[in-house]
Write a protein that binds this ligand. Structure first.
Ligand code: SF4
Length: 268
């Protein structure tokens, strides 16, 4: 792929994501499961906004009346009221979501932003030709599932240069390992080598590793003391420690001990 990749939301190559539109959906909700009804709504809404009809009143539910088709063939879905499409004028006010939309971010997008341009291109090239329903969908797009594991794992996979989307789809660990264990997986592949990501038994190896690490952390204290984990390490590592320890806070020395523990278990 040539050219600069800007963000996972709109990374070029005719791709766009609308998974977080509107930003009030429950976990696990996937637009792709409602493609038929949403396609009708998107067509009607695109025509209404073209006629200059803006949404009336604040909206609730899983549908945002700012959404529409960005191209004439109905391939790309996005916000028709966004300033990027309206000569800098932000027309999202009537949806009631403007501030929330502006703040919205997701783990895959943050992981993607942390990748090198070369790694971004490898992953985006795998998505070539997807329409927005497919590109946005963690069910249908294994690249979205991969990015949820964080930038270390996604970067390592990009470094392996998977030949096709089909190869990625065949990696069952993308479904079997909790994304919250992405930091641990990143540590493991650094020791085991990137080819471990092609191992059909990888999910079992990570489950075993996680069990041994969690056992070594010991019981959580009755009162969560220390600093927020997010202040002591990056978001991917903090996410793993929260899942493994059940704690939201720790002392810096504890986190250091936990990291040494992971390396010791990996060497074992
Ligand atoms: S779900 Fe993530 S990648 Fe998709 S539009 Fe929202 S922030 Fe961007």
């Amino acid at each position: 792929m040539s050219g600069q990749v800007y963000s996972l939301c709109s990374p070029g190559q005719g791709l766009s994501c609308f998974a977080c539109c509107p930003p009030i959906r429950p976990p696990g909700y996937d637009h792709a499961a409602h493609r038929g009804s949403l396609t009708r709504l998107l067509s009607e809404n695109t025509a209404a906004i073209k006629r200059g009809e803006l949404p009336q009143g604040e909206m609730t539910g899983y549908w945002c009346p700012g959404l529409g088709f960005l191209d004439s063939r109905g391939h790309r879905v996005g916000c028709l009221l966004h300033p990027a499409l309206n000569q800098g004028q932000d027309r999202r006010g009537p949806t009631g979501y403007r501030e929330k939309c502006a703040r919205e971010s997701c783990a895959p997008a943050r992981a993607f932003a942390a990748l090198s341009p070369g790694a971004q291109s490898v992953l985006i090239d795998l998505c070539a030709g997807m329409d927005s329903f497919t590109f946005s969908s963690p069910t249908h797009n294994p690249v979205m599932r991969l990015l949820a594991f964080g930038p270390t794992v996604a970067g390592a996979v990009a470094g392996l240069g998977p030949a096709s989307l089909e190869e990625l789809r065949a990696w069952s660990w993308l479904d079997e390992i909790e994304p919250a264990r992405g930091w641990l997986l990143g540590q493991a592949q650094a020791v085991w080598g990137g080819e471990a990501l092609r191992d059909p038994g990888l999910a079992g190896r990570i489950a075993d590793l996680h069990q041994r690490v969690a056992a070594g952390l010991g019981p959580a204290p009755p009162h969560d003391a220390g600093e927020p984990l997010a202040a002591l390490c990056d978001e991917w590592q903090a996410r793993y420690w929260r899942a493994a320890s059940g704690r939201r806070r720790a002392r810096p020395a504890e986190v250091e001990r936990w990291k040494v523990l992971v390396q010791a278990v990996l060497r074992d």
